[in-house]
Write a protein that binds this ligand. Sequence first.
Ligand code: THU
Length: 131
Amino acid sequence: MTDRELVDLAFTMLDRAYVPYSHFPVGAALACADGTVFTGCNVENAAYGSTLCAERTALVKAVSEGHRDDFVRLAVVGNSADYCWPCGACRQMLYEFAPNLTVLVARQDRQFVTLPLHELLPHGFGPRSLD
Ligand code: THU
């Protein structure tokens, strides 16, 4: 799957987002080395802090299905004029498994920028930090 196709797949997830409070749908698609892709959307909650972001939805789907050390690319997309940058909690959760993950961040017009996760979370705290 090309980067463009991964971003477009993430856009299809905007329709699945459960966003009655923010009305801000986010879609994600996480690609593994073997070509498997896990999608996600944000799932909000009346107790606002219990909201799950699109990226973490995709990540926990992948980990719970047995993927862990093979994440290659993540697309995250929104309907906003600005790029839909991953929040801090998502950066941290992704860093645990894939500090070198390639992140594709898109905006409403479907343009996207590509950068490694370690640039989004420099000097991140990860499993090796506990050694
Ligand atoms: N959101 C995500 O899904 N991913 C992010 O990285 C940023 C924020 C969601 C959470 C909430 O449902 C909505 O966007 C507005 O913050």
